[in-house]
Design a protein around this ligand. Structure first.
Ligand SMILES: [Mg+2]
Length: 420
């Protein structure tokens, strides 16, 4: 039998608040904001400033993230409010990831203050998982000055759930055999991916706890949620299915995304990447004999804020050029104020219809020719590999082809380098 997998989920406790507290201490402030009712909040002068993060002491006053500073002060007049310092947060985040890279070559950052670390087979180096997790927590606190929770299990889903148990500065396991005792009694809304609207739907079905969901009738769940019902039930049983942070669980969708080697500040810098992603998405559609009606572009900025924009096409397509041109337009409409670290392209609402429905304004011959060209390129690629056909625009000034394959290879190379 193969050795069981081990995943850590590392989550910074009250990240923005504790990082700001740390910054102030470094600047000579003697009060540690973590020990008093305090909050990080934006734009106090403008009336709509909101709480971005709060201390444990502030939480005791019933203050929650997202509420207005005005209402937070009504609950706790002594509340100390400090503005956010996003550039400092990015530095803290990088410090954390650098330490995690010492523990494993497989570190997947999930948000600015969370990451998954695969620890399978590392017992010889770091000892049993719980011991390794404790040592990791202590090292982060000693070297960086802030606390983290570490969740330990056989997959990302359970590890992430475990890190959310009692805080701060704790290691928690949630092994599959612990699921009935530790996971099932929790309210169903605590399960990853179950938002308020799913909670309402489940409540109407009499499903209140994760255990209720784990044992619910699959047909009933499918009736209420479609195929997503199956994945909800799997999650309640501790089975991950599609890895968290990987491709989105959605039917009929072909997507690809890439974390960029460096953050981009202008949409033009993303064009070559968009073309490579469009090529890979369109190629998969063509392989499956499908066309898509909706093109979506996803961006993640360097604070890990995700945005996405989409367009419904006049005619379903599987040509690289159409998907690429649509993505280019979208990315220019949605470019954020902060540098971009991840770009994704998804084609959705696919159907098996092989024929584009042409409207009066489409040049039928052009589209047909484009599709033939694309098909010929796919055929060459499948015979001779990814580098056989490289569009001129995918060639960077150094003449290195940037194909989808090359992108993922570069990513894997990056990972290995970081792991050293
Ligand atoms: Mg956190």
């Amino acid at each position: 039998m193969a050795a069981r997998k081990v995943w850590f989920h590392v989550d910074v406790n009250s990240a923005f608040l504790s990082w700001s507290a740390l910054r102030l201490l470094q600047k000579g402030e003697t009060l540690d904001l973590r020990t008093v009712p305090s909050a990080v909040g934006g734009n106090e002068e403008k009336r709509h400033g909101v709480v971005l993060a709060k201390s444990q002491a502030a939480k005791k006053y019933g203050i929650h993230t997202g509420e207005s500073l005005f209402s937070a002060r009504l609950k706790c007049p002594d509340l100390i409010v400090t503005p956010p310092d996003f550039d400092w947060y990015v530095q803290c985040s990088k410090g954390l990831i650098a330490i995690l890279n010492d523990y494993s070559p497989v570190v997947e950052q999930f948000s600015i203050d969370e990451a998954f670390v695969e620890m399978t087979g590392s017992e010889g180096l770091f000892g049993p998982p719980v011991q390794a997790a404790d040592a990791l927590r202590e090292r982060v606190l000693r070297e960086l000055g802030f606390t983290v929770n570490v969740g330990v299990s056989v997959n990302r889903l359970l590890a992430k759930t475990a890190s959310d148990f009692e805080k701060p500065n704790r290691t928690h396991t949630l092994w599959p055999e612990e699921v009935p005792q530790k996971l099932w009694p929790l309210p169903v809304g605590n399960l990853f991916g179950v938002g308020p609207s799913a909670v309402r739907t489940l409540d109407a079905l009499g499903i209140r706890t994760v255990g209720d969901l784990a044992h619910a009738d699959p047909e009933v769940l499918r009736g209420a949620f479609g195929v997503r019902g199956d994945s909800l039930r799997r999650h309640a049983n501790g089975i991950e299915g599609t890895p968290l942070g990987k491709r989105e669980v959605r039917d009929n969708s072909y997507g690809n995304s890439v974390t960029l080697p460096q953050d981009l500040t202008r949409p033009e810098q993303a064009d070559a990447t968009l073309l490579a992603l469009s090529e890979s998405v369109a190629g998969r559609l063509r392989t499956d004999g499908k066309t898509a009606r909706v093109v979506t572009v996803q961006l993640v900025d360097n604070l890990f804020r995700r945005t996405s924009h989409q367009t419904v096409l006049a005619n379903p397509t599987n040509t690289t050029e159409t998907i690429y041109q649509t993505a280019r337009k979208l990315i220019r409409q949605m470019w954020p104020h902060r540098p971009v670290r991840l770009v994704g392209v998804t084609a959705e609402k696919t159907s098996a219809d092989q024929f584009e429905q042409l409207d009066l304004f489409t040049d039928a011959r052009h589209s047909d020719k484009q599709e033939k060209l694309d098909r010929a390129a796919d055929a060459l690629r499948s015979r001779f590999g990814d580098k056989a056909v490289v569009r001129a625009r995918l060639l960077d000034p150094a003449d290195k082809p940037v194909t989808p394959g090359a992108l993922s290879a570069a990513k894997a190379r990056d990972k290995r380098k970081k792991g050293q």
